[in-house]
Design a protein around this ligand. Structure first.
Ligand SMILES: C[S@@+](CC[C@H](N)C(=O)[O-])C[C@H]1O[C@@H](n2cnc3c(N)ncnc32)[C@H](O)[C@@H]1O
Length: 341
């Protein structure tokens, strides 16, 4: 909260990059994964992570102070361990791992955000496409490790929201779902896994198909999920009772957003449902700071792409012919904006 006599919040936010970089570096070093097997002294943990002795106590104790590590005792014999939260979400060996998005934040986004000022002055992207004429996804996907990193990142960002959607939405009146831009097939896997009557399709670019198949096979759901490849700007979307798009519309400018909404409308039957899962900004654009910063991030990644409010979404959906609309809050800053045909 703002306080006119105390500048603490200003300074805390100004130095937010310290906090961020400590956590991102711990993820980069796989600290939480390595610590999961057993509690360790600072010297042992520093040894396993191959760290110089100068920084270890400051680094580990900062993580304690930030609430990301437990420490039992003080001094050299004290034992560090994961908290309940870091054990569940930052141990790479667990399916609940969300660190993929933090790995990408550290590796790509952290540096790009240094050029936020340039982005604001020029309206131009500040990522890999900055010195290239290629479109963002083409550039991102021409390097296999970068593609795999992006896919892992999307899982980390989306798993909590997709799980909340799979639990909260009433699927009883529907039989089929197509997740457009489905990446690793995560949303389809969560819906198919929890709703045995649902037949799911995950639709994405051809380059993604082997990655999606790998993840779906790993989840034991190959019989229940079709993997369809195509380009949503060139091909019709597979017909389905429910069309979902997770973090898709925000990647594009207004004209392309409207094209995707029309494509969804075409693919749905009468009474079909179009579900958009994103960090939907509050209509008054005052409270969902993460959604607003995600929109700044879209400037950094794409230039003309942007995030939007529920009211914006409903206006575009009405233009396409949808009849009714609602918002379901999912996890944190994310919601499902739902339009009914
Ligand atoms: C930001 S990711 C979202 C992934 C996933 N829906 C989620 O929310 O975690 C955007 C997805 O759109 C896919 N995509 C981009 N351009 C596409 C196109 N022209 N046709 C089909 N899929 C496309 C990308 O491959 C990527 O998987």
């Amino acid at each position: 909260m703002a306080n006119a006599t105390n500048p603490s919040r200003i300074l805390e936010t100004g130095f937010g990059f310290w906090e961020s970089k400590v956590l991102l570096t711990a993820v980069e070093l796989e600290l939480f994964t390595k610590l999961e097997e057993q509690s360790m002294t600072g010297v042992s943990l520093g040894g396993i992570l191959d760290l110089h002795p100068r920084g270890i106590w400051d680094f580990f104790d900062t993580l304690v102070a930030l609430g990301f590590l437990n420490r039992d005792g003080t001094g050299p014999t004290a034992l560090y361990s994961n908290t309940e939260e870091t054990s569940l979400f930052l141990d790479k060996n667990k399916p609940s791992y969300v660190g993929g998005i933090l790995e990408m934040a550290n590796d790509r986004l952290y540096g790009f955000w240094n050029d936020l000022g340039v982005a604001l002055k020029t309206g131009k992207p500040q990522n890999e496409v900055k010195h290239s004429q290629k479109p963002m996804f083409e550039m991102l996907y021409e390097d296999l490790p970068r593609l795999e990193q992006f896919m892992g990142a999307m899982r980390g960002l989306s798993i909590g929201n997709f799980q909340a959607f799979a639990q909260q939405f009433d699927f009883s009146n529907y039989e089929s779902l197509c997740d457009v831009g489905g990446a690793t097939g995560l949303l389809s896997s969560l819906v198919a896994g929890q709703h045995p009557h649902m037949k799911c399709t995950t639709f994405d670019l051809p380059v993604i198909e082997p990655i999606a198949k790998k993840w779906i096979t790993k989840a034991g759901l190959s019989e229940r999920i079709d993997v369809v490849s195509g380009d949503f700007f060139k091909d019709a979307l597979p017909k389905s009772d429910i069309i979902t798009m997770g973090n898709i519309l925000h990647d594009w400018n207004l004209e392309k957003k409207k094209h995707l909404i029309r494509q969804a409308y075409e693919a749905l039957p009468e009474n079909g449902v179009f579900v958009v899962i994103e960090n939907i900004i509050d209509d008054d654009r005052r409270t969902n700071a993460f959604g607003l910063m995600m929109s700044l991030h879209m400037l950094i990644e794409f230039g003309d792409a942007f995030d939007f409010t529920g009211a914006n979404f409903w206006e575009w959906c009405q233009e396409a012919g949808f009849k009714r609309y609602e918002i379901i809050h999912l996890a944190g800053p994310c919601s499902a904006a739902i339009a009914y045909k």
